[in-house]
Design a protein around this ligand. Structure first.
Ligand code: C5P
Length: 245
């Protein structure tokens, strides 16, 4: 049972969507000893620089550095070589950059990973959950259904040798069917029952996301914006445990 609990905690990533180290400290201080994995996005990384990764690693936390690299293959490769040296556990690129860019990113990540150290997981961002059908069809000029494009991007990502994709939990079953069970899925858009939906549209509860096969859940404001973040965290863990028992 304890093993199962530990696994769940290691698979729930708390999004630190802040712009200062002070806010981060205030947020993680009460959660220390509970949470295991955090996500650093562009807002925080650009404001605080690479030192934010070592700060969080020193706190014993795993770090998903969510910088969504998207550039020509050679530049993406160099970016990943540099990112590998920061000590993050998970990094990502946009699948829309294509197979050659993603393969180059993986090569760069391998080159930058210190001998004997584990290579960070490399994840492809499929279609952003904020991109609706109309935007995709008309502005991006990509025809078809969003789900079909997501599955196509997942296949491309696997072909390029990446470890998995970021997607909506609702898309996980089709991604696993297309790319296999071992292909990692990282899913934002998580709301515990009764939580504010905010700007997310295709949401699930943490229990549903795990049931659909998500490997990692990204949870932001439901925890970081709560009056009692530890209480919310504990109730999520309890709800998931109960659902799985
Ligand atoms: O607060 P909330 O739980 O909605 O935060 C979700 C996090 O996941 C945010 O950091 C957001 O940028 C990120 N994300 C997302 N949808 C994607 C990719 C990333 O919500 N498709």
């Amino acid at each position: 049972m304890q093993q199962q609990l530990t696994d769940i905690r290691e698979r729930m990533i708390v999004a630190l969507d802040f712009s200062t180290l002070d806010e981060v400290k205030k947020c993680i201080e009460p959660l220390q000893g509970h949470i295991r994995y955090v996500k650093v996005g562009m807002e925080l990384a650009y404001a605080e620089g690479p030192a934010i990764v070592s700060f969080l690693k020193e706190k014993g936390l795993n770090v998903f550095l969510d910088l969504k690299v998207h550039d020509i293959p050679n530049t993406a490769k160099g970016a990943m070589r540099s990112l590998a040296r920061l000590g993050a556990d998970m990094v990502n690129v946009h699948a829309a950059g294509g197979v050659a860019m993603m393969a180059a990113a993986r090569e760069g990540l391998e080159q930058g990973t210190a001998a004997g150290a584990a290579r960070p997981l490399l994840i492809g961002v499929t279609m952003l959950t904020s991109t609706g059908l109309q935007t995709m069809n008309q502005e991006l000029a990509i025809p078809g259904a969003v789900e079909d494009v997501v599955v196509h991007y997942a296949r491309m990502t696997k072909q390029a040798g990446l470890d998995g994709v970021v997607a909506s939990p609702l898309e996980v079953p089709m991604i696993k069917k297309a790319a296999g069970d071992a292909f990692v899925t990282v899913t934002p858009g998580i709301r515990p029952l009764g939580a504010d939906q905010g700007d997310q549209t295709r949401i699930t509860t943490p229990e549903q996301a795990f049931r659909l096969g998500s490997d990692y859940l990204v949870i932001g404001r439901a925890i970081t914006g709560a009056k009692d973040p530890v209480g919310v965290w504990q109730s999520i863990v309890a709800a998931v445990e109960k659902d799985r028992s």
